[in-house]
Structure formats: structure tokens, C-alpha cells
Ligand binder design. Structure first.
Ligand SMILES: [Zn+2]
Ligand SMILES: [Zn+2]
Length: 153
């Protein structure tokens, strides 16, 4: 993708940029993502923490309840509430909410996770990677598939 990628919240207060190539892009159909996005699924772009920065705006954080002990923060605009990213302690990458990118018309997720809780009308591209639950390979296959897709485009 052409760097930097830029994006922001709905009201325009918070702006950010991504300066390193994203690691992968997938959708998540878990019930938490449905609730958080107030929609059918979440779209996550994994971006390395040192390749992401906020440019402006007041970013608020919400401690997301998790079953594991790791701290997971939801980062959102303090003014309009748009969720920008989820940041899990100890992970090298942030989960950027890809719908906040300025250039989002051509985003093509390479896989779909937690399909067992996907809405009944949802269909998936047969070439995409699909997972009933969370991938158990640390997202390795999703990252490989993304690299191949980027290489081909
Ligand atoms: Zn905002
Ligand atoms: Zn999810």
C-alpha cells in the first residue's frame, strides 16, 4: 500500500497515520466486534506499533474486559466516540479499525475470523481464509496471505 496511510474519526478531531506496511487485514465476526462496531462485523488491520502515530486530537481509552489477563485498550475519539484501534499489551501490533482509513474503497480483507458467530446472511469468498474461532497460528497465515495479495497487486 502507498504509505503513509492516513485516517481519522467521524468528527475529524482525531487524525492518525501509518508509516509501515500493514501486516494483514481481516474481518472479525465475534460478538464483541459486532457490539463494538454496532454492526455485523469488525474490520481489523494489524499495524506495527512503531509504525503508527496519532497526529492530532484527544484520544480516549477504554479498558476492554477480556478473559485473559492481558490489558486491552479500545482507543477512540473523546469527542465523537469513533473507535480507532484496539491495543493489547504485549502485542507488537495494534488492531486498527480499517473503516477509519481515508482510502478504504479498495480494502480487501484476506480472511474472516469467528465465522461461527457471523450473521446468518453473511457469505464468504471461497478463496479467503476462514476460521470458526480465532486463528491458532498467531495470525501467521493471514499475514502470509496478505503479503501475497499485496505483492500481486
Ligand atoms: Zn471524533
Ligand atoms: Zn472480534
Amino acid at each position: 500500500m502507498k504509505l503513509p496511510l492516513r485516517g481519522g474519526c467521524q468528527c475529524g478531531e482525531v487524525r492518525y497515520e501509518v508509516t509501515k506496511q500493514p501486516l494483514t487485514l481481516y474481518t472479525c465476526h465475534c460478538t464483541t466486534c459486532q457490539q463494538q462496531s454496532s454492526s455485523a462485523f469488525g474490520m481489523s488491520m494489524l499495524v506495527e506499533r512503531d509504525g503508527f502515530r496519532f497526529l492530532k486530537g484527544e484520544v480516549a481509552a477504554f479498558a476492554i474486559p477480556t478473559e485473559s489477563k492481558s490489558n486491552k485498550l479500545g482507543l477512540f475519539c473523546g469527542k465523537c466516540g469513533t473507535r480507532i484501534a484496539n491495543d493489547t499489551e504485549g502485542r507488537p501490533a495494534l488492531s486498527l479499525k480499517a473503516g477509519t482509513l481515508d482510502e478504504r474503497a479498495r480494502l480487501r480483507p484476506v480472511g474472516h475470523i469467528w465465522t461461527r458467530s457471523a450473521q446468518a446472511w453473511m457469505t464468504f469468498d471461497e478463496n479467503a481464509l476462514t476460521y470458526e474461532k480465532a486463528p491458532d497460528d498467531s495470525y501467521y497465515a493471514l499475514m502470509e496471505r496478505w503479503a501475497a495479495q499485496e505483492h500481486a497487486s
